[in-house]
Design a protein around this ligand. Structure first.
Ligand code: COI
Length: 354
């Protein structure tokens, strides 16, 4: 039973909605009218409210600005066939933000704080959920530390915020990716499995170096040996080789992606052989050399399915076959889209209707 919480709502006096061209929305650059905020102080979450999306104010000494004690989530809402608002697997994000929070010494939020805030925010901003093909409302819950203190210790004050952005595709074309064998995203015992802000900051420099060489993103390998494939950019990565769907097993260093879980679930139901295990870089490079990799793609909430057209190692670039409508990644993308927009029956209980 989810507890009820009292949320004070202060709506905008004038919506920005009429200024938005939904046919041309860049990912993450347009923000809906409202945000949901909760404050943590005196040992508990309180002051639940929805306010106009606006500037925040906190002091230059705030812990988040110095030490990055912050975790976040990403999920999406879609418009169903008859206009209803459908959110994809939000309870998974609720569970994962708390898992990340525990790792970063951040107080967990209750299901009521997460789900009721999300629900009320989406009710208020329902008209911001786009209905054009390949669009959705990206939802960003996050928690960050607010103590005004320059020593290192877990903060005693935090903010939990949810805001939303109508979005189009995250990537507009198939990706060229480089297998990274110098820098690491995550190590055993580190924070790789958490959606901790610093994981993403640390990935920028290696990604920038790869971009200077003409790649779009990196394939991350394990931090100890760089011999095993882990993730791609900000996504999990999957390969189709023969009849098999292959992806790295999760653990300390690989994020337990919700899109990852959804794709694997559907693939198994379709009778595909699925392997979640350590993937040696050499196995993928040999398969690329023999032309056996039919498909490689990133999976994540923002990108959903991001096809990879080229993989580079330190010596060579290998091109992948072009994606066709009957490729696995095309079929799974369509299946997911149909479930998310209510065109297909929600047999898995993945949809939360507002
Ligand atoms: C997501 O896929 O939601 C992510 O967290 C990626 C994000 C960095 C845009």
């Amino acid at each position: 039973m989810i507890e009820t919480i009292k949320i004070n709502i202060k709506p905008v006096s004038t919506s920005k909605l009429s200024q938005i061209d939904f046919n041309n929305i860049d990912f993450g650059k347009v923000y809906s009218d409202h945000m949901y905020i909760a404050d943590y102080y005196n040992g508990s979450w309180q002051d639940f409210r929805i306010e106009p999306y606006d500037m925040l104010s906190f002091t230059p000494g705030s812990a988040i600005l110095h030490y990055g004690q912050s975790v976040f989530e990403g999920l999406k809402a879609y418009r169903g066939e008859s206009g209803e608002i459908l959110v994809f697997r939000p309870e998974m994000n609720f569970r994962r933000i708390n898992k990340s929070a525990v790792r970063m010494c951040i107080p967990e939020v209750t299901e009521g704080i997460f789900m009721e805030g999300l629900t009320e925010l989406l009710k208020l901003d329902k008209n911001w959920v786009p209905d054009l093909p390949n669009t959705s409302l990206y939802i960003r819950p996050y928690i960050f530390a607010l103590d005004e203190y320059i020593g290192i210790q877990p903060s005693k004050n935090y903010k939990f915020i949810i805001f939303t952005c109508p979005v189009g595709p995250y990537y507009s074309k198939p990706l060229k990716v480089k297998i990274e064998t110098e820098f690491s995203r995550a190590v055993q015992g580190g924070t790789g499995y958490a959606k901790a802000a610093g994981n993403y900051a640390g990935s920028l420099y290696p990604a920038m170096l790869a971009q200077q060489k003409g790649y779009d993103q990196l394939i991350w390998t394990d931090g100890a040996t760089h011999q095993f494939i882990e993730e791609a950019g900000t996504m999990n990565i999957m390969f189709v080789i023969g009849d098999k769907l292959l992806t790295a097993n999760t653990g300390d260093t690989v994020l337990k992606g919700i899109t990852r879980d959804s794709v694997l679930t559907l693939a198994r139901e379709w009778g595909m052989e699925v392997e979640e295990r350590q993937i040696p870089v050499t196995e993928i490079v040999e398969a690329l050399q023999k032309g056996e990799v039919q498909e490689a793609f990133g999976v994540g909430t923002a990108a959903t399915i991001a096809n990879i057209e080229l993989i580079g190692d330190d010596q060579n670039d290998y091109s992948l076959p072009s994606i066709k409508p009957d490729s696995f990644s095309s079929k799974i993308l369509k299946e997911l889209d149909d479930i998310k927009t209510g065109k297909k029956e929600d047999e898995h209980g993945w949809i939360y209707k507002i």
